[in-house]
Design a protein around this ligand. Sequence first.
Ligand code: SF4
Ligand code: SF4
Length: 228
Amino acid sequence: MNTQTPSRYFRSGDLARVACSSCEGCGECCRGMGDTIVTDPYDIYQLHAGLGLTFADLLNSGRIGLHNENGLTLPHLAMRDESGACSFLGDDGRCTIHALRPGICRLFPLARDYSDGSVRYFILPDACPRPGQTKVRISRWLGIPDLDSYEQFKLEWHGFLRDLGELAASSADRDTLTKLNYVLLEYFYLKPFDGDDFYLLAHRRMTRIRRSIGISFGATQKEPGERI
Ligand code: SF4
Ligand code: SF4
């Protein structure tokens, strides 16, 4: 993990030198990533809408794996055993789900920071081995519709996982941990987000779960919704 303080933070409207003009699909950024390409509910929602595969389908087909992070069970893109390549990487070195690729893939070679209570971006040093990156507006680089709502969701999701992780870390009892992880997987991954407004539904589920397990609302929370 990179622990250096970034020399510069960007907002989504800023230009950043991230576009790889000499990228010929070497696919290096899609190999050997272990369990680091963590998928959030929006990623799974996108894959469901675009591929027609549920979270259970993705798990059962080995496209998605589960790992433990600070006591929480989280999904990640699975790498193939033999080649170490992402399960969605084609033989030609190109992503087979480019339009549906998860948020972490869209960011590369950027990363996100939430430490000031908002969403900022920074460039990961030495992320891409090819030279010649050119400037591009970050919003364009990400290619995510309704980026304001997406960033608000990411901020809320980050706070939700942080608070759930703190609860998991302070729980000595195994049953509580099992219940927390059941709730996380059931309400944010297994139970589909049916309907047009993913962001509203995700917000309502986070609000409901916070209420039911007694986690207080952070400063970034909107008004609680009524149903999930
Ligand atoms: S590592 Fe760089 S050059 Fe290779 S596929 Fe990724 S972005 Fe392109
Ligand atoms: S989903 Fe696509 S872009 Fe992301 S790691 Fe896999 S092959 Fe690469």
